[in-house]
Every structure is written in structure tokens, then in C-alpha cells.
Design a protein. Structure first.
Length: 349
């Protein structure tokens, strides 16, 4: 049992389970899943579906943070991606055509990939501080999205696009399959190949890894490309959910929620060791919290305070210092008598 408690995912899992239990006690319907027309519905299913954009952004953020970086531009990249996709669909002669929607999605994701590569170029090649390099696109990205949509909120009617966020496949939300595919891809890249070890090496000491032959610039550049690409897909899902391209609201504050999810999952902001499973759990914690806030009827003005309070509580529970104090208070640390000190000199009278 003690071995399990020492695992870095133990406290995040306990926090998630505790949130689910509290919701289940307060409203038993929270854990109920119903089947209608062969499709699953319920609060837990909604959490899995609605967490897709944040899951994608947080996975990309995990890789970036593992290289000792940060990406503040993911929300703006989401806005640009959504604007590109919906502008193409809106300008087509047949917005409901599957081929048109696929082309729009591919182009928007490619644009997001280029934006991610731009961030990686600034950080890896020009060696600009990550927070400054990504702050540039964070500030300019939404302006670019507004230019693409001519300053208006572009709305479309396209069943294939709506299917991305609201459709079902094999009874489960289609957005969930996108999340699972992204998790599997990152896990395969970072845990089944040498790339994960090299990423951690770059995050721990970029200069030392470079001297040992690791191409740190390429790894850092690749991390930002992954982050930008995943943010682009998240932007398509967000636009599909509201069937509109809103440059101001798309991905608002999602970079902060993504960083929070990564930290809740046990990944250090100083780079190096990272946990993909921890990030997944962190995203589910945040999405469950948001569902709880909606259930409690907390107003939009008060919800940030409530959210911050619960997050602080979760972070305190996961704090190693708090854990050590709790062990001392419960007698977890045994005190042994101090050994007798001998000088090795015999005194005779």
C-alpha cells in the first residue's frame, strides 16, 4: 500500500475520485449513463466529450514543458485555426459537403502547425525566452483571426462539421476518439521510442544534452510544432461545438488551464520528467470541477473564485510538504533513540 501511495499519480487519482464521489453523493444522477438510439449520454460522458479541446492543448503543453519551455499562444492558435476552417466552409458553394469540411480542417491544422513551427524557430533557433516568444503570437494571433473573419463572428450550417464535436461513433462521442488518438500518439512517441528520453534530457540540461550529441534544437522545435498542431485540432473542435468562429472567445484562458492540468498531473514546470497519464488525469480534474461549478449554480462572476479555491485545495493535497506534515501528525515518522557517542579514548584514574 505504501508503494502505491508513493507513486506520483496516486494523489492526482485520489483527487479525481474524490471529486467524482462528492458529485455522486450530491447528485446521484451524476454517475448515471443512459442509452438513447444506441448513443451514451450522461454527466460523465459530457465530461469526456467537453474535455477534448483542453486534452489536446494540455498534451501539447506537456511536451513543451518537458523541454523546459512554455506555450502561451495555444488559445490564439485555436482562434486562428477555427477562423481558417469556418472561412473556407463559409466561402464554399456547398458547406455541407464532407470533402469541403475535410479540406477546411486539414488547411486549418496545417496553418496551426506553421504557427507552432514559428514559435519553435524563435525558441530553438533564435534562443528567445519561451514565455516571450509565445507571448508574441498570443497577442497577435487573435488579431490575425479577426482579420481572417473580417472582424465578425463567422457562422455556418454544416452537419459534417457539427459531427466533429457533437457526433457519436460506436455509441461514444466522436470528440472522445480524437482525444484517445492524441493520447495514444503522444504516448507512442514519448514512451515507446527514444524521443521521450531525449526530451527529458533536453529539459533537464539542454547544454549538456547538446554536448553529448543530442539535437536539442530539433527536439525543442518539434515540441512546439506538436503543441501548435494539437491546438489547431482543438480550435476545430471548439468551432464545431458552437458552429462559429469567434476570435475573441475561442480558447480563452485555455493556456492557463492547460498549464494547470500539466502541473496537477505531476509534471514539473522546470522541465525534465513528465507524465502523460498525469496530464490526462489533470484535465479530467479540471473538467469535473467545471461541471461541479455549473451544477452548484455558481454565477460566472463567482466561478473563478470557487475554481481557484478548489484548485488550491487539490494542490495542497498533492504537496510533498503537506504530505510530510500529515505523516508527522499521524505518527508516521518513528523516532529512534540517538546512538551513544564514544570518543575511543579510555580514561583511567
Amino acid at each position: 500500500m505504501t508503494r502505491w501511495m508513493r507513486h506520483r499519480l496516486f494523489l492526482p487519482v485520489v483527487s479525481l475520485v474524490a471529486l467524482i464521489l462528492v458529485n455522486a453523493i450530491a447528485r446521484p444522477r451524476f454517475v448515471q449513463i443512459t442509452v438513447r438510439d444506441g448513443e451514451l449520454y450522461g454527466a460523465l460522458i459530457d465530461i469526456l466529450r467537453n474535455s477534448a479541446p483542453l486534452m489536446l492543448v494540455a498534451l501539447g503543453m506537456t511536451v513543451v514543458i518537458a523541454t523546459r519551455g512554455i506555450d502561451l499562444s495555444v488559445g490564439a492558435v485555436m482562434a486562428v485555426s477555427g477562423a481558417v476552417a469556418l472561412t473556407i466552409i463559409d466561402g464554399s458553394s456547398d458547406p455541407g459537403n464532407v470533402g469541403t469540411v475535410l479540406v477546411a480542417i486539414v488547411v486549418s491544422v496545417l496553418v496551426a502547425l506553421v504557427l507552432g513551427a514559428w514559435n519553435g524557430f524563435l525558441v530553438a533557433v533564435l534562443e528567445i525566452q519561451p514565455i516571450i516568444a509565445t507571448l508574441v503570437l498570443m497577442l497577435a494571433g487573435r488579431g490575425v483571426a479577426l482579420l481572417i473573419t473580417d472582424g465578425f463572428i463567422t457562422t455556418v450550417t454544416s452537419p459534417p462539421l457539427k459531427y466533429v464535436a457533437s457526433g457519436h461513433l460506436l455509441g461514444l462521442p466522436f470528440a472522445l476518439f480524437i482525444s484517445v488518438a492524441a493520447i495514444a500518439l503522444i504516448a507512442l512517441m514519448e514512451r515507446r521510442t527514444a524521443l521521450g528520453v531525449l526530451t527529458e534530457a533536453v529539459g533537464i540540461n539542454p547544454e549538456a544534452s547538446r554536448l553529448t550529441g543530442v539535437r536539442s534544437r530539433g527536439i525543442i522545435l518539434g515540441a512546439y510544432v506538436v503543441s501548435g498542431t494539437f491546438a489547431g485540432v482543438a480550435g476545430v473542435i471548439y468551432s464545431s461545438n458552437i458552429m462559429a468562429a469567434d476570435a475573441n472567445a475561442a480558447g480563452e484562458l485555455i493556456e492557463l488551464y492547460a498549464i494547470l492540468a500539466v502541473v496537477l498531473g505531476g509534471t514539473s514546470l522546470t522541465g525534465g520528467k513528465f507524465s502523460i497519464a498525469g496530464t490526462v488525469i489533470g484535465v479530467l480534474i479540471i473538467q469535473t470541477l467545471q461541471s461541479t461549478i455549473l451544477f452548484l449554480g455558481v454565477s460566472s462572476a463567482e466561478s473563478p473564485v470557487f475554481f481557484a479555491f478548489v484548485v488550491i485545495l487539490v494542490v495542497l493535497i498533492q504537496s510533498p510538504r503537506v504530505y510530510q506534515v500529515a505523516r508527522r501528525m499521524t505518527g508516521g515518522r518513528r523516532h529512534h533513540p540517538a546512538p551513544e557517542v564514544t570518543t575511543g579514548v579510555e580514561v583511567t584514574s
